[in-house]
Design a protein around this ligand. Structure first.
Ligand code: FAD
Length: 366
């Protein structure tokens, strides 16, 4: 065999695997059907700004092992995710905290904010929420729901909140402090210089073939290596024999603007239903950029059909059951390792993917 591993997918999972295998003297061929490495964390330089091509990516973790592991590939800045939400002409801080409550009701104390939320929950009279709308109102009351959750969620899922199941929202964290930091994690930041350079370092000893779809040349590629690390869609790997796993997709519309600072924040959510996009990302703010121009990206949620980019798995009962059937086949494979968000049909943040990849490496090599 020419290679020890054929790695399908040059995203975070595949690249960590390639790096660790390379360190152990193994030869890897990494293929990706896209024209670039890094999968969904790909950053592309436009006007000297690192543009997050597949949506805003903010690294955060409380896992010491993951945080110290990733430091070898980049220096991280002090970026803290503190999105704002625009509803009609009003502007609110997120996540829901004392700033938001002051903006909504002009209250200044945690006791007043708590009282307001409790009053609205009580007034709703909902004791057994039957859909997402009722669930949200029973957790945070009508005002927060109407202005900051309803339209955004309906755009995200392409369905009315009354038709969506309540389980989509399990908790809606509210903070009674003036804290706009979106994440609760111990560590957070953006790799200075973007994510792509991190992946370049991981793939430095591997052979890379881009614009190469595994399924277009399956037989030949399969014969090149002893083992396969597959990070694509698990249902496609098995020719959709149990059916097609569903996703939600997104489309991104980017624009270079002849101004230095468009919205003053990296992430602005648009929560009213009538605006078709959910967010505008202004990329330079991730790295505190001072370039003369700026690049913004509008993010539009959309229905996924086969062939579209699969972004968010729809983990309902039907799909999860179907995934279990595929997983059973996968567990019987002796020469194929499945990993990453598409092969495991799970929404994974980057730190989860790193954790999974490191566990997989331990199992494979130690
Ligand atoms: P991917 O990056 O998708 O890599 C898989 C690769 O396999 C792709 O490049 C694909 O082209 C390739 N591939 C698939 N099939 C084939 C085939 N048949 N042949 C060849 N190649 C193939 N995480 C965070 O921690 N923080 C965030 O702020 C954050 N924001 C996000 C925002 C959005 C909009 C999305 C969608 C995700 C976000 N994530 C975030 C999650 C993050 O993107 C993932 O955790 C990470 O990219 C997953 O890495 P992966 O290697 O599993 O998958």
């Amino acid at each position: 065999m020419k290679y020890d591993y054929l790695i399908v997918g040059a995203g975070l999972f595949g690249s960590i695997f390639a790096y660790e295998a390379g360190k152990r003297g193994k030869k890897c061929l990494v293929i990706d059907k896209r024209s670039h490495i890094a999968g969904n964390i790909y950053t592309n330089k436009i006007e000297d700004i690192n543009v997050h091509q597949y949506g805003a990516h903010i690294f955060h973790t409380s896992n010491e092992k993951v945080w110290s592991y990733i430091q070898q590939f980049a220096k991280f800045n002090r970026y803290t995710n503190s999105p704002v939400a625009v509803y009609k002409e009003e502007l609110y801080n997120l996540p829901f905290n004392m700033n938001t409550f002051h903006q909504l009701w002009k209250v200044n104390s945690p006791a007043q904010a708590k009282e307001m939320i409790q009053k609205q929950i009580k007034e709703s009279g909902i004791t057994n929420p039957k859909n997402l709308e009722e669930q949200a109102i029973s957790l945070v009351g009508k005002d927060i729901y109407e202005k900051l959750i309803k339209g955004y969620t309906q755009k995200q899922w392409g369905q009315s909140a009354k038709e969506l199941p309540s389980f989509i929202i399990k908790r809606l964290p509210v903070r009674f402090t003036y804290d706009n930091n979106y994440f609760n994690d111990l560590y957070q930041g953006i790799p200075i210089g973007g994510y792509t350079q991190m992946i370049e370092k991981m793939l430095k000893d591997s052979e890379i073939r881009l614009n190469t779809d595994y399924f277009e040349n399956r037989e030949e590629l399969y014969s090149l290596a002893d083992k396969i690390v597959f990070t694509g869609m698990i249902d496609e790997f098995y020719n959709y024999q149990f059916g097609t796993l569903e996703y939600r997709s997104l489309s991104f519309e980017s624009e270079v603007l002849e101004e230095e600072n468009h919205q003053g924040n990296a992430v602005v959510n648009f929560t009213e239903y009538e605006i078709p996009y959910t967010r505008i990302i202004e990329h330079k703010h991730f790295e505190f950029g001072t370039q003369p121009k700026t690049v913004i990206t509008r993010e539009y949620p959309k229905t996924w059909t086969k062939g579209d980019e699969p972004y968010y798995p729809v983990n309902n009962e039907k799909n999860n059951k179907m995934y279990e059937q595929y997983k059973e086949l996968a567990q019987k494979e002796e020469t194929v390792i499945f990993g990453g968000r598409l092969a495991e049909y799970k929404y994974y943040d980057m730190h989860h993917v790193i954790e999974q990849a490191l566990t997989c490496i331990e199992q494979e090599f130690d």
